[in-house]
Ligand binder design. Sequence first.
Ligand code: NOJ
Length: 537
Amino acid sequence: MRDQNLWYKNAIIYQIYPRSFYDSNGDGYGDFNGIIQKLDYLTTLGVDCIWLMPMYKSPLKDDGYDISDFCSVYEPFGTVEDLRRLFAEVHQRGMRVITDLVLNHCSDQHFWFQEARKDRNSKYRDYFVWNDTDKKFPETRIIFVDSQESNWTWDAVAGQYYWHRFYPSQPDLNYDNPEVREAMKNVMRYWLDMGIDGFRADAVPYLFEREGTINENLPETHAYLKELRKMMDTEYPGTVMLCEANQWPEDVREYFGDGDEFQLGFHFPLMPRIFMSIGKQDAGSLVKIMQATPEIPENCQWCTFLRNHDELTLEMVTEEDRQWMWNFYAPDPAMRMNLGIRRRLYPLLENDRAKIGLAYSLMFTIPGSPVLYYGDEIGMGDDITQFDRNGVRTPMQWDDSQNGGFSDADTTYLPVITDSVYGYRHVNVQKQEKDGASNLNWLRNLIRIRKSSPALGYGGISWITTGDRVPVLVYKRATADDCVIVFHNLTGDPQEISVDLTQGSYQDLIVPSIRYEGGAGKTVKLAPRQFLWLRKE
Ligand code: NOJ
């Protein structure tokens, strides 16, 4: 099972937003060479794979998810040669790198769309989805609910409406057109030839449209994705695809196919329930969603995460829970966006190490490869005065010099955080490197411990505490030769819990000098908000 080709089943993935990571040439924008300079930092954190967010040519109407040329890079980031060197440097350090693959749409500035709108007879017209009215596909929901009223936009040049699931500047591609299907395969080949290890495939549920449906998760979409996987397996063995499908577990399950579609898939419904468990001091809803999560094929894996570059999405919770999350975690309306919350991890959890510990521990011990968001390892803050989701995309804080050491420029594309709690003078890598107890070193240690246990990486899970209210969450992770019992006291009070532990001795993985003896009905004492990982010796 721990075959090299299954490396992704137990990988620590680190998400880099290139614009914000490190500016090597003083123009105020992060760049590829800047990332190269910081790769050693990532190896010391224990990162196995980098997810590089869109680095393609783009007018940036959706921060790079609106691509105007799939085979060129955004100039301020550097050249294709720089990027090639970045891939090589990543590999030299034993890490891997995946990039975003935006299949569903392109920018309205893309040549295809420009040609399509000008001329009904152009072959590119059929690269997009047009209609004479905006009444087609009424069952389809709107994703960016704050700013969009329709998935159709009138194009005066074309004299028709075009279909888009995101901003109007992102027309959806028409996957019923075989040329589109082939063109996007060739885009993948272009990047795979350059040496990347795979893709985080953006917004995959929406590729095809069919009347009378909600236009999500259609069989045609799965068939095409399987075709992509087949191409990758045949032409680029060992490369992977990570699925971004913000859907219920049974729907995401379909994206793993019979092990012949995606290898990896984000567990979207789990993420808000981690925050709910901590806020409500009760993991009832988390346990329920995990119990409702179907088994996935042996060669597949979930990806767990706490935060990313988008709003903390609340699409996969009930209306009641959404209201609860908004009231609890986004009291200021400016913190809310679409169906979510545009805040970072540390401010959400009040900069409280105990709560943050619970969050990371849940993410690291529930089955899945953890995906970390840049800056969350040091506890960066957010800036809700910024437009859209930019407040969680501010420059990485490297040290306490100008612009947090991110850039020498007078102005940076987004201002660095300067507030009295999360500002770069207080929260930065350099300062935390020197402090053994810093957020950074604490997380490094937790990653190291997590990696030391095959059970936490590859093991199955059995739930020990279940029910409607679960203030103390206990479960077992086990492989044939490793077993860890995981405890979380979600409450702010000390707790004692009685559990049956198989005979033998257990080591506390966090404080290795502490040992427990197994046996039936053992009482385990937990401090407020303590987590405990007990490994059977
Ligand atoms: C999902 C991405 O995470 C988000 O940032 C983007 O706006 C949409 N897909 C559209 O590409």
